[in-house]
Design a protein around this ligand. Structure first.
Ligand code: MCN
Ligand code: SMO
Length: 782
């Protein structure tokens, strides 16, 4: 079934405005920071000032013994250990408070509680923390090479895990005409959602329940985690994720601060809250992206790729997060490096190294931003080596539409699409020939023009079989939805995923509208509350609209025969002569509305026959796609840049995206997702960096040093859609929430390197600051 099914003005495919925007744009959102409960106490954390050291002693200030807490106070907690089933993976505990040693700057070692955050911070000033320095591990290559100093002393080395694959590499490489080698690097960065992490917990005496309000993408996972850590039955835990100001992967885990706050609530039976501030986020939150690649590609003389060899080093930081584990990042890197390309020789080794920095977290795109950056630069390098246009070589290597569905060299099952068409589309939309002509002519201001392309595919909504190969302790399977026709004729849609910017209060309603024809103004989407919604692992991996959206569609369909049975009775006609149509049951003579059906069921059951379906006017149903290997959305990006070789400045003159996420539920929402994601990708490419000095001190701890792209940096991107339905998902929908963030670094670096070509120099390290660009130009002149 495709978009045509929802031919209505509000259904699948319609560009309806987001229902949630009324409250967001008028400042009526409700975030954890807005909440105030009687007797609420604020929590502040004392954090390690050094990257690596032994804790010799922690002395609480006199008189504050009951207001300041250290690890020794936290009795009755089970450890948070992100176990993984990946062979050779070493599990590490992520302690709620450090006790024996500290392993990164910002690691929590104590906390204080007070009426205000400021008072709690003052109390921590008086804590006497005695540390004995250990040598900090700051560089992943060095930490791997020399295990004499170790982040986790019980380990023999500093490796979380090494993953490897070799698929016909040697034999395929043998036939090559050319070999190109490159080294590319992505710097460390943070996720920086508008709202940081936040948690408020108290004990609800009436339900005998730990009540948690948390800024999270995954309320049901948090519930599982808190129950495990605190040793509670899950029925004694309820997690509500209210409005959340962005997650981007940062809010899919149970963090040390979360554990401390829930412990307090349980112990003292009163409300406690912690709000992450920006400095805590930038210093101690979590990191992403820092990958290093050594690559060797073998191709024929037309540039057809035959074999690829790669060694990848990921600086995983000190701890593996629960439940996603650090295994996710190397697992995705090894599996996704081959990108959307058709070749058969592949050898790859990924080392995920422990260092004295905050742990890695999945960040929009996860490893795919890194692998796309690496692979797409290789495609351009091959093109240069064989003297063809990069788009041509890219085109010829992309899996052709005729080959779909296609199993690639790492056994990824590409379900559908025309990758080549998306590339040709951006080539044409950006006016490739005209750019080349302009380039040949030269700029009057002396700047160098360049054009760059990148193509990727994004495995979205992947299920159990994929996550189990990444070794996670919690594996997604079915997602559920509850749909209920309420008294009065409105519809309630309950899903276990959470919308924190994706617009799902609108798009889930659009799916229900497509099936049932109910006006979306009368559809209430309930999400983010374990007490009100069916279980789902939550919102991540661009899975929600495929999984929960599929469940919503299916649940709506299940209700139709029930409506028809009641409607037929009200019209006194045979059920077989009645049909459902756009919010009405239509019989031979007349029709009845959903309002009338709801009124009959809820208020006048005395008039209904005994054989009406006892399921009533609601149902909960579990859904997963016919194949759980993922729906692959994809896109090509193209950019034109002007490079100022004097100032090291890059201006983006044009940016075009052609994307395909199968059936579009709401093209306007997809545009928004693409723009937001691509802006984050632009940050990775040009601005964002969290550098560390030789002592492991973070050098970007405020927005003065950590640069984000602002309105003046983001170009007017032009987005075009293709629509190839997935054969495996309901309505043919593919997920796409991460995709925008994957391709910009690759696209922009390819464009800049195209501009720099006459100078015989390439840039290969993110972010492309003026300093990095000028340093590369200097190298070229030597
Ligand atoms: N959509 C659509 N048609 C499609 C595919 C998607 O209309 N064919 C719409 C969906 O209806 C939904 C949105 O696009 O409203 C994203 O859907 P989906 O691809 O299913 O992604 P998820 O809802 O599972 O969101 C998670 C994804 C991830 S993993 C990250 S990271 C990310 C992202 O979403 N974090 C975000 N986008 C974000 N957007 C905002 N504003 N904030 C975040 O934290
Ligand atoms: S990084 Mo997105 O939450 O999978």
């Amino acid at each position: 079934m495709t978009a045509a099914a929802g031919a209505s003005k509000q259904g699948i495919g319609a560009r309806v405005q987001r229902k949630e925007d009324a409250r967001f744009l008028h400042g009526r959102g409700n975030y954890v920071t807005d909440m105030l409960l009687p007797g609420q106490r604020e929590v502040a954390f004392l954090r390690s000032p050094i990257a690596h050291g032994r804790i010799v002693g922690i002395k609480k200030p006199a008189g504050l013994e009951n207001a300041v807490f250290t690890r020794a106070d936290l009795t009755g907690l089970n450890p948070i250990i992100a176990q993984s089933t990946i062979p050779g993976y070493k599990a590490s505990e992520h302690p709620p408070l450090a006790s024996a040693k500290v392993t990164y700057v910002g690691e929590p070692v104590a906390f204080a509680i007070a009426a205000t955050r400021a008072e709690a911070e003052d109390m921590l000033e008086a804590v006497d923390l005695e540390l004995e320095d250990l040598p900090p591990l700051v560089d992943a290559h060095a930490a791997r090479a020399d295990p004499s100093v170790r982040v986790h002393e019980a380990w023999p080395d500093n490796l979380f895990v090494t993953l490897g694959v070799d698929s016909e590499y040697e034999v395929r490489a043998r036939g090559a005409d050319i070999v190109v080698e490159r080294e590319v690097t992505l710097s460390r960065q943070c996720m920086v959602p508008l709202e940081g992490k936040a948690i408020l917990a108290y004990w609800d005496e009436r339900y005998d329940q730990l009540m948690v309000y948390a800024s999270t993408q995954v309320p049901h996972i948090l519930r599982v985690g808190f129950a495990q850590v605190l040793g509670l039955g899950e029925e004694h835990v309820r997690v509500i994720s209210p409005d959340v100001g962005g997650g981007f992967g940062y809010k899919v885990i149970v963090g040390p601060e979360d554990v401390c706050v829930t412990w307090l609530a349980r112990k003292f039976h009163r409300p406690f809250r912690w709000i992450e501030d920006r400095r805590e986020h930038l210093v101690a939150g979590a990191n992403a992206r820092q990958h290093h690649y050594r690559l060797k590609a073998h191709a024929d003389k037309t540039g057809r790729l035959l074999a690829l060899d790669a060694e990848v080093t990921i600086d995983g930081g000190a701890h593996s997060v629960w439940p996603f584990t650090i295994g996710l990042e190397p697992g995705q890197a090894v599996g996704n490096l081959p990108g959307p390309y058709d070749f058969r020789g592949y050898r790859c080794k990924v080392h995920c190294v422990a260092t004295n920095k905050p742990g890695f977290m999945p960040y929009r795109g996860v490893a795919r931003t890194g692998v796309c950056f690496a692979m797409e630069q290789m495609i351009d390098a091959i093109a240069r080596a064989v003297g063809r246009e990069p788009w041509q070589v890219r085109h010829d290597n992309l899996v052709p539409a005729e080959a779909m569905p296609y199993d690639n060299v790492t056994k990824k099952h590409f379900d559908s699409g025309d990758y080549r068409k998306s590339l040709l589309m951006v080539r044409d939309k950006i006016g490739f020939e005209a750019v080349r002509a302009r380039q040949a002519q030269g700029e009057s201001d002396g700047r160098l023009i360049g054009i760059g392309f990148a193509t990727y595919c994004e495995q979205s909504a992947h299920g159990s079989s994929v996550f189990s190969t990444w070794g996670l302790p919690l594996i997604p399977g079915y997602d559920q939805a509850t749909v209920r026709l309420v008294s009065g004729g409105g519809l309630e849609v309950r899903v276990g995923v959470h919308s924190h910017g994706q617009g799902m209060e609108t798009t889930m309603a659009q799916i229900a509208n497509s099936v049932l024809g109910v006006d979306i103004a009368r559809i209430q989407v309930v999400h983010g509350d374990t007490g009100l919604t069916p279980f789902s692992t939550g919102t991540y991996a661009s899975r929600s609209i495929v999984m929960s959206g599929g469940a919503v569609g299916q649940a709506c369909e299940i209700l139709i025969p029930r409506f028809v049975a009641i409607g037929a009775h009200l019209m006194q006609c045979a059920t077989s002569t009645a049909r459902y149509e756009n919010g009405k049951v239509v019989g031979p003579q007349r029709s009845v509305t959903l309002e009338e059906i709801a009124a009959a069921w809820y208020h006048r059951p005395d008039r209904l026959p005994p054989d009406v379906d006892r399921g009533g006017l609601e149902t909960t149903i579990a859904y997963k796609p016919e194949r759980d290997t993922g729906a692959f959305s994809y896109a090509s990006h193209a950019a034109v840049v002007a490079v100022d070789t004097q100032l090291g400045h890059v201006e983006i003159l044009d940016y075009v995206i052609a994307e395909d996420c199968g059936t579009l539920v709401n093209p306007m929402v997809v545009d928004g997702q693409m723009l937001g994601g691509a802006t984050q990708g632009l940050g990775t490419a040009m601005y964002e960096e969290s550098p560390y000095d030789a002592n492991g001190q973070p050098l970007a701890s405020t927005f003065a040093d950590y640069l984000l792209p602002g309105p003046t940096e983001v170009p007017a991107m032009r987005i075009f859609h293709m629509e190839t339905p997935s054969p495996y998902t309901k309505f043919g929908i593919k997920g796409m929430g991460e995709g925008g963030a994957i391709a910009p670094p690759a696209t922009l670096f390819n464009a800049v390197n195209d501009a720099l070509r006459p100078l015989g120099v390439e840039v290969t390290e993110t972010p492309l600051t003026p300093r990095r660009l000028l340093a590369a130009l200097e190298r070229a002149q030597r």
